[in-house]
Write a protein of this length. Structure first.
Length: 370
C-alpha cells in the first residue's frame, strides 16, 4: 500500500506545480496533498516553492507542540517563607508555553521543593524535556555545581555541597527526559534593567551622583574574578540607562572566612567614601541579591553603617523583568520555544539584541552565592 502511494508522489508533485502556476495567474487558492494531509497553497506559491511552503507550515505546527512540551524548572538557593514566595511568584509570571516548577536547594522549603519532585511534576504536566534555569546571580558558585550534578551533567560534587542536598532529601530524578541547564543571571541585560530601575528610584540627581552595586559574592578568588567580569558589563548597561556619574561594584564574599569577608567590606567602604568625596553627594547603594533575607535586610546596612549613602533593601525579585529573563534563557537553550509576538516597552528595552550589554559598541570600563 505504501509503495503505491509513494509511486504517486512524483506525479502529484508535478501536477501541483502546474496547477499552482495556473492558479497564480488567475488568483485561485490550491489545496496540495502532502503526505496524507492537505496544505493550502496561496496564489503566489509556484513551482519548487510549494514543498518549502508546506515544510514551513509543518514547522510552525511542530514549534507550538514542542514549546508546550518543554518544562521550565527554576532552581534557587532558598531561604525563609518570604524569600521562597518571591521565587514561587516568579514561576507564576513565566510564560514559555510549557509547565513551570520550582526547586529550592537550601532553607526550610528545600525539603518540600525537591529537584526530583519538580521534574516529576513537569513530566506529569506534559513535559518531554526540561530546561533548568538557575535563579542565581552568577554561574560561578558551588550551587551551580549542585544543579549540574542533579541534571546529570557531572558526576562529581563537593562533599559539602552533596551534604546539603542529602540534608533535604534531594536526589537526581528518575524520569527519563532530557535535562539541560542554562546560565545564571551573569551579564544578562535583564539584570542591568532591574538594577537600573532600583537605582533611579533612589537617585535625586544621577548625573552628579555615584552608584555602588553590592552583591553576595563567592568564596573562591577565581570565582570572584568571574563574578566581577560579568558585573562590570552589567554596570556599563546600568550607566547607559541611568546616567550616573560613576558606578562601582563590590562583593561581600559573605560565606568566605572572616578575614576575607572583613577585607571585602573594608574595600567597599573605602570605595564608597571616595565616590562621596568626588561627587559631594550621598552615594546610591543597590543590592544585587535575588530575594529578601538577612544579607539585604540586615548585613549590608550593618556593614555600611555611618557612610553617606542612600540605601533601600530591595532585591531583584519581584521585579517583572526577571520573568522575561527566565523566558529568554529558555529560548536560548531551546530554539523551538517561540519569542513573544508582541513586546511591551519594558521587555523591548530588556531584549538582549538591543541591550548595551550586548551591543557591538559595548566595551567594559572601570567599574552570590544567594
Amino acid at each position: 500500500m505504501n509503495t503505491f502511494f509513494d509511486s504517486l508522489v512524483p506525479f502529484m508533485s508535478r501536477t501541483v506545480t502546474v496547477i499552482s502556476r495556473c492558479a497564480g495567474r488567475i488568483g485561485l487558492s490550491v489545496i496540495a496533498v502532502v503526505g496524507m494531509s492537505m496544505v493550502p497553497l496561496s496564489s503566489a506559491t509556484v513551482g519548487a516553492q510549494a514543498p518549502a511552503s508546506a515544510r514551513q507550515t509543518a514547522a510552525r505546527g511542530a514549534t507550538s507542540v514542542a514549546a508546550s512540551a518543554v518544562g521550565t524548572l527554576l532552581v534557587a538557593h532558598g531561604g525563609g517563607p518570604a524569600w521562597d514566595a518571591n521565587v514561587e511568584n516568579l514561576a507564576k509570571s513565566v510564560h514559555t508555553g510549557g509547565p513551570v516548577a520550582v526547586s529550592l536547594l537550601m532553607g526550610p522549603g528545600a525539603a518540600t521543593h525537591r529537584f526530583q519532585d519538580a521534574v516529576a511534576q513537569l513530566v506529569a504536566n506534559g513535559a518531554k524535556e526540561v530546561v533548568v534555569v538557575p535563579v542565581l546571580v552568577s554561574s560561578h558558585s558551588g550551587h551551580i555545581e549542585q544543579i549540574r550534578y542533579l541534571a546529570g551533567e557531572t558526576d562529581s560534587l563537593d562533599t559539602e555541597m552533596m551534604h546539603h542536598l542529602h540534608m533535604s532529601g534531594i536526589t537526581r530524578p528518575t524520569q527519563d527526559v532530557p535535562i539541560r541547564v542554562t546560565a545564571a543571571l551573569d551579564n544578562a541585560p535583564q539584570l542591568a534593567r532591574v538594577l537600573a530601575d532600583h537605582a533611579k528610584s533612589l537617585a535625586t540627581d544621577p548625573a552628579h551622583q555615584a552608584l555602588f552595586l553590592v552583591g553576595h559574592g563567592p568564596n573562591d578568588a577565581e570565582d570572584n574574578a568571574a563574578w566581577m567580569s560579568n558585573l562590570r558589563q552589567v554596570a556599563d548597561s546600568v550607566r547607559t540607562w541611568t546616567g550616573f556619574s560613576d558606578i562601582k561594584i563590590g562583593l561581600l564574599r559573605d560565606d568566605a572566612p572572616a578575614p576575607v569577608r572583613a577585607e571585602a567590606v573594608r574595600e567597599i567602604r573605602e570605595t564608597i567614601l571616595l565616590q562621596n568625596t568626588a561627587t559631594r553627594k550621598p552615594v546610591v547603594v543597590v543590592p544585587i541579591l535575588v530575594s529578601s533575607g538577612a544579607v539585604v535586610d540586615t548585613k549590608i546596612p550593618h556593614d555600611l553603617k555611618g557612610l553617606p549613602i542612600v540605601y533601600k533593601a530591595v532585591p531583584l525579585l519581584p521585579h517583572p523583568t526577571m520573568a522575561r529573563w527566565v523566558e529568554a534563557r529558555v529560548r536560548e537553550v531551546d530554539r523551538t520555544v517561540p519569542a513573544p509576538v508582541e513586546k511591551s516597552a519594558e521587555s523591548s528595552a530588556t531584549s538582549p539584541a538591543h541591550s548595551p550589554a550586548h551591543s557591538s559598541e559595548h566595551s567594559p570600563t572601570t567599574p552570590f552565592m544567594q
